[in-house]
Design a protein around this ligand. Structure first.
Ligand SMILES: Cc1cc2nc3c(=O)[nH]c(=O)nc-3n(C[C@H](O)[C@H](O)[C@H](O)COP(=O)(O)OP(=O)(O)OC[C@H]3O[C@@H](n4cnc5c(N)ncnc54)[C@H](O)[C@@H]3O)c2cc1C
Length: 323
């Protein structure tokens, strides 16, 4: 693994407004993973019998699980990550009067919600290139979120994108230009347009033909890389479509571990098949509210917020790891 820690990713937006939240949401692997070796280095290659790492290790394997998810150029150490929350992100928010958020997917919406709730005096503008916010959930939920932002005085601009190469300065303030010809004045911006998959390192390996055109590893129903007996892939790196990726990323390892055990015990025929979860997702909107997409409809406000928004499931993540 590239980093020495596990991070509750959706808590990182809270850490930007409250950096000390990271003390609990960033958990060193060595604090819970005690029965095995941890190599903190980037995997750069795979052969049929070994994984090669950037620091020169070559790690032999009989069975392999690949879970490199998305590329996230954040610090490799917990101390460094906490410093990023404090110095790079929180200071940037606190010292700005006006903030532009580019991208109206779950990260942009959550960040706008955190800032609007904790810093109501700041002018927040959210620009999204699609026709509605949160396009991965239903239009009604998106509409409710838009109205929530209107109540919080967050300005939302849809169907336009920001050209970050044409930012100009006027009286110490930045002027951002959008593809719809509008200008937005803001002291700083945050880019929330999604992160690339961390699969480029597989392109020159024996797995190059197992990547689909989006760079995802194609897996079978047992979460094995298609056509391979002893290599599993789990989480965001796979081509499984799940509306709630974070929950899927927690369910995949359970199924893969169980299947791995069966495979090693010579019971390959008993392996289970993965079934994507129900079409449910919950997006926090600051510390108390949330919007939830359920299979039969959507809801916004304090009630769905009670489920997630206060602790952001950080307590559960810690408990699951026994810390
Ligand atoms: C800001 C944010 C908010 C989110 N909010 C939600 C939410 O509210 N609900 C939800 O369901 N999902 C959410 N998600 C998505 C969720 O975090 C992901 O679905 C989940 O983290 C995927 O887990 P993963 O283990 O597959 O990949 P990742 O979490 O991306 O982990 C991959 C790990 O592999 C490491 N790595 C990458 N390349 C290499 C390499 N070559 N060698 C060694 N290590 C490598 C990375 O450093 C990383 O630690 C959010 C994501 C982000 C970024």
């Amino acid at each position: 693994m590239r980093k020495e820690y596990f991070e509750v990713t959706w808590a990182s937006l809270r850490c930007m407004v409250e950096p000390s939240f990271g003390e609990r949401s960033v958990i060193n692997h060595k604090d819970y993973f005690t029965n095995g070796n941890i190599v903190t280095s980037t995997a750069i290659g795979i052969t049929e019998t070994e994984v090669l790492t950037a620091d020169g290790h070559s790690i032999p394997y009989d069975y392999l699980v690949i879970a490199t998810g998305h590329k996230d150029p954040v610090s490799e150490t917990k101390a460094g990550r906490l410093k990023e929350f404090q110095a790079a992100e929180n200071e940037k928010i606190k010292s700005a009067q006006s903030i532009l958020i580019v991208g109206g997917g779950p990260s942009g919406v959550k960040l706008a919600g955190e800032i609007a709730v904790d810093f109501p005096e700041k002018q927040v503008t959210l620009v999204h290139n699609g026709p509605r916010l949160l396009e991965f959930i239903g239009p009604k939920a998106a509409d409710k979120t838009l109205k929530w932002f209107a109540r919080k005085k967050v300005e939302v601009k849809l169907e336009q994108s920001v050209d970050l190469n044409s930012v100009t300065n006027s009286n110490g303030c930045k002027i951002y230009h959008t593809t719809a010809g509008e200008t937005i004045q803001a002291d700083c911006h945050f880019l929330c347009t999604g992160k690339p998959l961390a699969s480029a390192w597989l392109k020159d390996t024996m797995l190059k033909n197992k990547l689909d055109d989006q760079g995802r590893l194609m897996v079978d129903e047992h979460l094995r890389v298609k056509g391979l007996n002893n290599i599993f892939a789990i989480g965001d790196i796979t081509d499984i479509a799940d509306i709630n990726q974070g929950v899927a990323a927690q369910n995949h390892p359970l199924l893969a571990a169980n299947n791995l055990k069966l495979l090693m015990g010579g019971k390959e025929g008993k392996m289970s098949s993965y079934k994507p979860g129900a079409a449910m997702a919950i997006v926090s909107l600051g510390r108390r509210d949330a919007v939830v997409q359920l299979p039969f409809g959507s809801m916004i406000g304090r009630f769905p917020g009670l489920i997630k928004s206060k602790d952001l499931f950080v307590g559960k993540a810690r408990k699951d790891r026994g810390v």
